[in-house]
Design a protein around this ligand. Structure first.
Ligand SMILES: [Fe+2]
Ligand SMILES: [Fe+2]
Length: 331
């Protein structure tokens, strides 16, 4: 009765306890769940939401950095940034494909992004004002992404976990190229150091927001942990990120825009100040400095690509008709 894949995915009401318990037992045994395996509808929906949101973040994340490709300060910087932005496009494609294995189409996901129904990481709703922002994004934003994504390599859903392995390798290159930009600026002229400090001041808090609301305010946290979609909570990941990043900032000789940031000997971790949650929710809900521009840019890209999608479909249809005709003639 539970042998159907996605198409016959069960609704919440007809999932009996035996089915849910058997599914949980597979998860607890660290088995990977694959596209055609029976799965609770809630599991499928959670993954569609999370992978879709992740894919959108990769694609929208190309915009703030793409903004600097033509203005990179040297050929070497331009080549590295171009490769990085291209990688992000690739990440988006693997992730859209992973989401498609759960029965949602690329068109549906795109429509939800453009209508504002689907979210993407709020960090990309902040503008990139100077070249140092490219350094800060690589160092902090890709650094936070790595912290989030390394545990996803062990996510219970096979296609998502496998996509993350390659993504994480590329992210570590992104993080290093950003840190190296910061290092060069921090060791440069006073103006360059000032630029690096200003970028850190603007990107620090939004980077901490990337881990999402506190565990106590997180809607989906517990169930995702139980299903091993997530392996660490938002607050655990945020703390790991702070602990890894603060010494890197100190090495650069820069300071963090948080008067409450200090090492806590007892905890063996850094204490840090409270995030401005009003700003967090405002940006999540569409009120960030760049929300509108980002969606306008994505809509334009989708509309500009319409003829390509139509041409590909028409070509496929012609080939099919030709094949049919040859088959008929041979009979
Ligand atoms: Fe990425
Ligand atoms: Fe990246």
């Amino acid at each position: 009765m539970y042998s159907q894949g996605l198409i016959g995915a069960k609704t919440d009401t007809d999932e009996d306890e035996a089915f849910l318990a058997a599914f949980q037992a597979r998860i607890d045994a660290e088995e990977k769940i694959e596209p055609n395996d029976p799965m609770p509808e809630g599991y499928r929906k959670t993954l569609v939401r999370q992978i879709g949101q992740h894919a959108h973040s990769e694609i929208v994340g190309m915009l703030p950095e793409g903004n600097w490709i033509t203005r990179a300060p040297s050929l070497r910087r331009k080549a590295a940034l171009l490769a990085k932005v291209q990688d992000e496009g690739g990440h988006g494609l693997y992730l859209y494909s992973a989401a498609e294995t759960l029965g949602v189409s690329r068109e549906q996901m795109t429509e939800e992004l453009l209508s504002g129904k689907a979210k993407y990481s709020s960090i990309f709703n902040y503008p990139t004002l100077t070249w140092a922002d490219i350094g800060a994004i690589g160092w902090l934003v890709d650094g936070a992404a790595i912290m989030n994504q390394i545990p996803l390599c062990r996510c219970s859903y096979g296609p998502y976990a496998r996509a993350m392995i390659r993504v994480c390798k590329e992210e570590s290159f992104h993080q290093r190229q950003g840190y190296e930009i910061m290092m060069t600026l921090a060791r440069g002229t006073p103006e360059q150091k000032e630029m690096a400090q200003d970028a850190l001041n603007r990107w620090w808090w939004p980077s901490l927001m990337m881990f999402g609301p506190h565990d106590s305010d997180s809607q989906h946290g517990d169930q995702s942990m139980k299903w091993k979609i997530k392996r660490f909570t938002n607050d655990e990941l945020r703390q790991k990120f702070v602990d890894a990043t603060v010494p890197q900032g100190e090495y650069l000789g820069l300071s963090f825009p948080d008067p409450d940031l200090r090492w806590n000997e007892e905890r063996g971790s850094y204490d840090f100040g409270e995030i401005d949650w009003d700003e967090f929710w405002r940006v999540v809900k569409g009120g960030g400095p760049m929300n509108r521009e980002r969606i306008v840019a994505r809509r334009k890209a989708w509309e500009d690509g319409q003829w390509v999608r139509e041409a590909a479909l028409a070509h496929a249809e012609k080939r099919r008709a030709r094949r049919e005709a040859t088959k008929l003639a041979a009979e």
